[in-house]
Each structure stands twice: as structure tokens, then as C-alpha cells.
Ligand binder design. Structure first.
Ligand SMILES: [Zn+2]
Length: 308
């Protein structure tokens, strides 16, 4: 069964202003990294445009309308100090959501083994009523709810190895006892949530704090001893990954010291858990990663492990 790679040209048109780190070149770096011969067996898929109502699985209708209808004719409309709406933002956000929900459908119906959604904008900081941290729609959280509502998944787990805590995903998952959220992230760091004592109303969070300067050894140890056993115990019908590559040592926005091989390692471990729990069903969604070389290395390792 194929490994799907979703992307779309609209993701290159979403911009939040000059010199913004969450920039179109990130996606170009991802695409270039996956053009190498070793990825010839990826099945390329164009991200469809999601019905805006799908965003309402998490966000109120007024929030979705505000993002899609108040489009600036020039310049940028700031929603927080580092999150801005440009001309193509709403359409890009809908296609990002379309990639994730279509990937969930293909994987849940057995047409694909797993999928990587190379999308912009990212999603894990978006809370139900607040765009923040470069994020507008909660891509992974919406994908998890979509898997449950449309495809009958009884339990879904999201594992987030972006260097930042996914406050948005966690805020959504606090409402549902069948969704599990595990995150490894630098602490202290933006956005300030994700303390290990945050376990969720339904005991469905697993937060792992990594001090600035942490590298390969502590990262792998915390996955082996803490996150992977919890995900196994949760026994999900679908495993989703919030795949951010800003824990790479080269990244300018954070201070962890991972190498490209660490992203390949953690992905292999997660694929192994999915093989045991749910026929290998994995849907991965791009989050952060702001050094183009670090991002390219991380994505190559990640997708190599998805291809198996
Ligand atoms: Zn991040």
C-alpha cells in the first residue's frame, strides 16, 4: 500500500510579511528534499480544498468566516504579533485542512498505508477561538475528530515532536475522552503550556519537557521510557503525527540539539507502534521547522521512515 505525499501550489502563496520565519521557502525546501531518487515510491496527491464546515469540527462558524471573508486586498491583517492573514491565507488554510482530512480518509479506508501532509500554514497552536503562533486551523486536531466522526475511529492519538508545545491541539483534546495527545517540547519556551503535570481532564495528555540544550540522548530516552509506552497503552485506531522540525540543532527559533537522524528514529518508533496497534495507519502533518537545511534533513528522515 502506498505512502501518500500531499501538497499544493497555494501553500507557496500564503505569506505573513517580509522576513517572517514561516515562509514559502520552507515548503520549497521540503519539496526539494523529497525529489531525491530514494523517494520515487511516494504517491503524490494534490491537497483538495476542504469544505469550510469541516473546520467547524473545532472552530466556531464566526471564526471560520472571519478568516475566509476578511481578506486584505494588500498587506497583512495581524491576528497576533506574529500571526498575520495575507491574500492567500484562507485558501491555503482550507487546502491544508483538505490534505489532512483526505489523508485520514485514504488511510482509514485502507487505500493508503500512511501519509505525509506537506502543508502551510501549520496548525498545532491554533485554539478553537484564537489564531496564534503562525497557525489558523487546528489541522491535526480536526483530522483526529474527522477520523472519529466520519470513519468510526474509537481512539486517536496525536504525537507532536515539534519543539513547541501544541497548546491548540491540547485545548481541543481536553474536551474528548477518546483523543490522546503526547508532546515533546523545549521548556521553558513559547507558548508556555505543556508542563508535565498537565495530564488532561480525561488523563489523555502526555507532556514531556526538554530543557534548552537537550539533544539526541534525552530525546530518545524520554520517547522510549515515557511517550511510546503511553501511546501503546492508548492503543489508537489511527496515529497522527504533528511533525515539526524546529527541534533540529540548526533551528533559529529554539535551543534543542536534534540531528536529522533523530527524526528518522522517532518516526520509525511511531510506525512500529502503529504497526502493533492499527495496521500501520499513520497520518503526519507538517508543523514548524525554520532552518531550511534542518527542515530538509528532518523531513527526509521522517518520510524515509514512513516509506519503511
Ligand atoms: Zn514549533
Amino acid at each position: 500500500m502506498p505512502t501518500l505525499l500531499y501538497t499544493h501550489a497555494i501553500f507557496l502563496e500564503h505569506e505573513m510579511g517580509p522576513h517572517h520565519p514561516e515562509r514559502p521557502d520552507r515548503l520549497r525546501a521540503v519539496q526539494r528534499a523529497l525529489e531525491s531518487e530514494e523517494f520515487v515510491f511516494l504517491t503524490h496527491a494534490e491537497a483538495p480544498r476542504a469544505d469550510p464546515r469541516i473546520a467547524e469540527l473545532v472552530h466556531p462558524a464566526w471564526y471560520v468566516e472571519d478568516l475566509l471573508e476578511n481578506v486584505p486586498t494588500s498587506g497583512y491583517r495581524h491576528l497576533d504579533p506574529d500571526t498575520a492573514v495575507g491574500r492567500a491565507t484562507g485558501e491555503a488554510a482550507l487546502h491544508a485542512l483538505g490534505a489532512v482530512t483526505d489523508a485520514v480518509t485514504q488511510v482509514m479506508t485502507g487505500k493508503a498505508r500512511n501519509a505525509f501532509c506537506a502543508v502551510r500554514p501549520p496548525g498545532h497552536h491554533a485554539e478553537p477561538e484564537h489564531a496564534m503562533g503562525f497557525c489558523f486551523f487546528a489541522n491535526a486536531a480536526i483530522g483526529a475528530l474527522y477520523a472519529a466522526r466520519r470513519h468510526g475511529a474509537r481512539r486517536v492519538a496525536v504525537v507532536d515532536f515539534d519543539v513547541h508545545h501544541g497548546n491548540g491541539t491540547q485545548a481541543v483534546f481536553d474536551r474528548y475522552n477518546y483523543l490522546f495527545y503526547a508532546s515533546s517540547h523545549q521548556s521553558p519556551a513559547y507558548p508556555g503550556t505543556g508542563r508535565e503535570r498537565e495530564r488532561g481532564l480525561h488523563n489523555n495528555f502526555c507532556n514531556v519537557e526538554l530543557p534548552p540544550g537537550s539533544g539526541t540522548e534525552l530525546f530518545r530516552q524520554r520517547y522510549t521510557e515515557t511517550i511510546l509506552p503511553k501511546v501503546r497503552e492508548w492503543n489508537p485506531d489511527l496515529l497522527m503525527i504533528s511533525a515539526g522540525f524546529d527541534a533540529h540543532a540548526r533551528d533559529p527559533l529554539a535551543y534543542l540539539r536534534l540531528k536529522g537522524g533523530d527524526f528518522e528514529w522517532v518516526t520509525r518508533e511511531l510506525v512500529q507502534v502503529a504497526d502493533e496497534c492499527c495496521n500501520g495507519r499513520v497520518v503526519s502533518v507538517l508543523e514548524g521547522g525554520y532552518d531550511l537545511q534542518g527542515l530538509a534533513e528532518g523531513v527526509a528522515g521522517h518520510v524515509r521512515a514512513l516509506l519503511g
